[in-house]
Design a protein around this ligand. Structure first.
Ligand SMILES: [Zn+2]
Length: 385
């Protein structure tokens, strides 16, 4: 099966599609699944998802396997024979994710008579932009087999020792949130602040208060990172503006801290504004929730992969990484696990390898057969007989 999956992956790599539409990628997935005993549905116009359901010969639970499909607006510099020239690039390895899930579908279709339950294959666009997974959840992917899925898995390639799987129980990847605030005062002449209501010192005070708040009110063992990265005030040095704005990225590792931050940060900024006679309009948006693996599912997944590939091919991570993932929306609803797969080509030191999203990031597609077998194995740990 490997040569076939490699060919599919390289075809997708040469023709990457960012965003939600991904029509060519969608057609390639449907073609690759042709002839298999699957019930296939596709997303609405402009949304290139594919959901395929495999029903086992016997009744049982339903389990979901997911691959993201979209590329990034990155100009590829890998020099690979199958490199993209379109200005978009599969710089995050989603081309491997699609090919690996197609492989899992083929393997599981071959085991249909031994299966008690069903498998939902979720091919999802719009991961990088955020919003692809929640849109599919709203459209019913978690109940695609007729009953709610009781477990969910996904694999993501990363720089790392070729063929080594890694995961951890609990938080695996950080949550990303966006704090935006506009301090509204009253503009005036820069020489006469007493006749105006200057929002700029209020904004400065708010920025410092936010840093104090996250270090004084949140445990260091459940870290919160706030970086205020955007500022806007007056365009002229002698003009006090009517209003001033800032925006910050807020990174978290627990749903509990997000629930607090979404209330406490806007409240803090409002109170500071009010103390100075101004007012604040603040929004807090969850861009990606924290990716939280279910404890049992993650340790069971590590055990399953260890049986399949050997204990030396599986690593339990001590710490999460702070990058974010929209599979988090699935794991918020279904106990499951997200698993990383090292895919640094031989001859490159994984520690020095270009990270995902780099125009020079390269992933070795010799992992595809094991990636497919791993996903199939995780599904069979629930629906196998
Ligand atoms: Zn990715």
């Amino acid at each position: 099966m490997l040569p076939d999956l490699v060919a599919l992956r390289r075809d997708l790599h040469r023709h990457p599609e960012p965003g939600f539409a991904v029509p060519r990628t969608q057609a390639a997935v449907i073609a690759a699944l042709e002839g298999l005993p699957l019930e296939i549905t596709t997303g609405p116009e402009g949304f290139g998802s594919v959901v395929a359901v495999l029903r086992g010969a016997h009744d049982g639970p339903s389990v979901l396997l997911r691959a993201d499909m979209d590329a990034l607006p990155v100009d590829e510099e890998t020099g690979l024979a199958y490199a993209s020239t379109s200005g978009a690039m599969h710089a995050c390895g989603h081309d491997l994710h699609v090919a690996g899930l197609v492989g899992a579908a083929r393997l599981l279709c071959g085991r249909r008579t031994e299966m008690a339950g069903s498998v939902v294959f979720m091919f999802q666009p719009g991961e990088e932009a955020g919003g692809g997974a929640p849109q599919m959840i709203d459209a019913g992917v978690l109940e695609a087999a007729g009953i709610p899925v009781s477990a969910a898995y996904g694999i993501h390639v990363l720089p790392g020792v070729l063929g080594v799987f890694s995961t951890r129980p609990g938080p695996l990847m950080g949550g990303a949130n966006l704090l935006r605030s506009r301090i509204v005062g009253r503009g005036g002449h820069g020489s006469r602040p007493h006749q105006a209501l200057d929002p700029v010192p209020v904004l400065a005070e708010a920025i410092l208060a936010i840093q104090a708040h996250v270090t004084r009110r949140f445990s260091v063992f459940d870290p919160v990172v706030v970086s205020v990265t955007k500022l806007r005030a007056s365009d002229a040095v002698n003009v006090i503006p009517d209003d001033a704005e800032f925006a910050a990225t807020v990174r978290t590792l627990s749903p509990q801290s997000v629930e607090r931050l979404r209330v406490e940060l806007p409240d803090l900024v409002s109170r500071i504004a009010e103390a100075h006679g101004c007012r604040a309009e603040t929004t807090f948006d969850v861009v990606y929730p924290v990716t939280v693996n279910d404890g049992d599912r993650a340790t069971d997944a590590a055990a399953t992969l260890g049986e399949q590939f050997g204990a030396d091919r599986v690593e339990l991570l001590e710490q999460p990484i702070m990058a974010s993932e929209d599979f988090s929306f699935v794991l918020n609803r279904v106990p499951g696990a997200f698993v990383f797969l090292g895919a640094t080509p031989p001859g490159i030191d994984p520690a020095e390898a270009e990270m995902n999203h780099s125009p020079r990031a390269v992933f070795d597609d010799s992992v595809l057969a094991d990636q497919a077998a791993a996903l199939a194995g995780l599904a069979l740990s629930h629906v196998g007989r």
